[in-house]
Each structure stands twice: as C-alpha cells, then as structure tokens.
Write a protein of this length. Structure first.
Length: 306
C-alpha cells in the first residue's frame, strides 16, 4: 500500500510541472486512478466518457487533480442494453440482468457508429427489432423510466399511427401495454393502455428528433392514469407538450408477454423503428430530471479528494 501511494504521489507532483492545456502523455500505473484508470499528464481537453472513466488528470487552471467519474443512476436499473455487439450476430446482451435481446427480422445484427461506441441499425423494411422476452422482472412495470439514444434514418416510413416504436410491450389482450414512439413530425409519444377505454398519453411538440442526428430521449410514467403521469425528455430537458391526457379504469396486464426494442413483439403494425438505437436503459422507478440529465451527459470530470 505504501509503495502504491508513493507512486501516485510522485506522479501527481510531476504533473504540477506540466504546462497547462497540453496533453503530454498517458501512463498506465498499478496505483493510478481510484478505479484503476490511467493518469493523464497535463490538462486534457477530451470529454470524460466511456473509455476514460477512472482516468485522472491535473487541471492547471484550477490547480486540482480531477478524476473522470460517472454519475449515471444505477438504482432501479433493471435492464441495460449497450448495443455495442459486433455486426453479424443475433443477440443483444443485457449488462445488468439476464434479459438478452434476440434480433428479429431479415438478416443478422447490423451496426453503425453510435453515440457511445457502436449502435444497432434497425431497418424498418426488414422488420428488425429486439425481442427481450417475457421475464417477470420486466412485467407490469409502473413506475418506470425508458432512456435511449436514437438516430432515425426516416420519419415517414411508418404505417399505423405514423410512428416508429422505440420500446413497447404486448398484452394478454393482444394490444400494447405501453409504448414509446417517435412520430413522423419529429415529436415523441408515450401512452399506456387502460381498461376504461381511454388511456393516459403524452405527445411532445414537433421537431425534437431529426433524421441523421443522435438524440437522447427518455420517458417516465409514475404508474397512475392522470394526465400528468407521463413525462418526456429530450437531451436531458423536459419537452413542451402538444397534448397530455389522462386515462380511466386500470392498467392492462402484460405479464408473460414479450417486450421489444424497436417494435412490439407478436403485434406487427408497420411501426418498426427505422434507424439507430444506442445505450437503451430501463428502470423500475421514475428518474428525476437531474438523473436523466446525468445519463445524457455521461461521465464528467470531478475534483479528486484522494
């Protein structure tokens, strides 16, 4: 332990002599970052994300040693599909659970450059989507939060409802339990089917999502049927709404039925998403605005207290 601490101290003292705003070197040390990351000498202007998590740098502007740390929420995270698998396969792995997704439609997994590493490229015309199965851990969620990066190739290919599915469930009655859509006007919609004939639904205003651009989208539902039960977020901020309506009756049972990224399984409706989806997360609670913002921001540089 003494040797490790001494090595770190010597390295940090050396960093104090490095001119500001210059990336001098990157050294991999046994005793470097608190998470086993490397120490980056000099002021490094690179964003703190993904592969740099756990790295350290000396910021000569503030005179502080900083560590690249993640503040993304993990409490209540029941599914995380990073969608970084290589092209040609057939499985999207759940990094926090056992609900691996099975690629559906024509061909095998297709990929593109994602917002974080690589991403899955779903082709509407080929009926591509991910079937997450029907494990009890995904049944009858509410409250919940859905979060993902999306990059539609088209907003006009869709049939039913002029909408492309980001996430959906099927139910024992054959319909959708709840669904998160991107609309053909660039807006977003989230609704929950209920037994009373009317359903809680929130539609954002238009033009929040554009083709060929990565956009972070999230939806929360607190589990009740009021008009304020559903909230939608884009790039870490709550949207303005075109409509927000409440529902009646009770929620519909979706236990034992499959859930899907990009399409409601076993319920084809010409709403398969067309384009890229990356870093898909599912929580069994309502995340706050600040928590959703932290997912959008990813990791960030923070003062290291030692």
């Amino acid at each position: 332990m003494m040797r490790r601490n001494s090595l770190l101290l010597i390295t940090l003292i050396a960093l104090l002599c490095v001119p500001a705003f210059t990336v001098q070197a990157q050294m991999s040390l046994d005793a470097s970052g608190p998470n086993g990351g490397s120490i980056i000498a000099g002021y490094d202007s690179r964003s703190c994300s993904g592969l740099l998590t756990g790295a350290m740098r000396y910021n000569s502007s503030s005179g502080k040693v900083e560590v690249c740390a993640s503040t993304e929420p993990t409490d209540g995270l029941i599914g995380h599909w990073q969608l970084d698998e290589s092209a040609g396969g057939s499985t999207a792995y759940d990094s926090v659970g056992s609900n691996d997704g099975a690629w559906q439609g024509t061909g095998n997994i297709d990929t593109l450059t994602g917002q974080i590493d690589s991403a899955f490229d779903l082709e509407h015309a080929d009926g591509n989507y991910l079937n997450l199965g029907s494990d009890t851990s995904l049944d009858n969620l509410g409250p919940l939060t859905i979060a993902a990066w999306v990059r539609p190739e088209s907003l006009t290919d869709y049939g039913f409802g002029n909408a492309g599915t980001i996430f959906a469930t099927t139910t024992n009655s054959g319909g959708s339990g709840y669904t998160f859509y991107v609309l053909n006007n660039g807006g977003l919609r989230f609704y929950v089917f209920s037994t009373g004939g009317t359903k809680p639904q929130s539609d954002s205003n238009s033009s929040y999502v554009a083709t060929g651009t990565w956009t972070h989208v999230a939806a929360t539902w607190d589990g009740n049927l009021s008009s304020a039960a559903i909230k939608i977020y884009v790039n870490g901020s709550e949207v303005s709404y075109a409509t927000q309506t409440g529902g009646s009756g009770g929620t519909i049972d979706d236990s034992g039925n499959d859930k899907g990224i990009g399409q409601p399984p076993s319920h084809p409706s010409s709403t398969e998403f067309d384009g890229g989806i990356d870093d898909f997360r599912l929580y069994d609670r309502v995340l706050s605005n600040s928590e959703i913002l932290s997912i959008y921001n990813g990791s960030s540089w923070a003062n290291w207290e030692g």
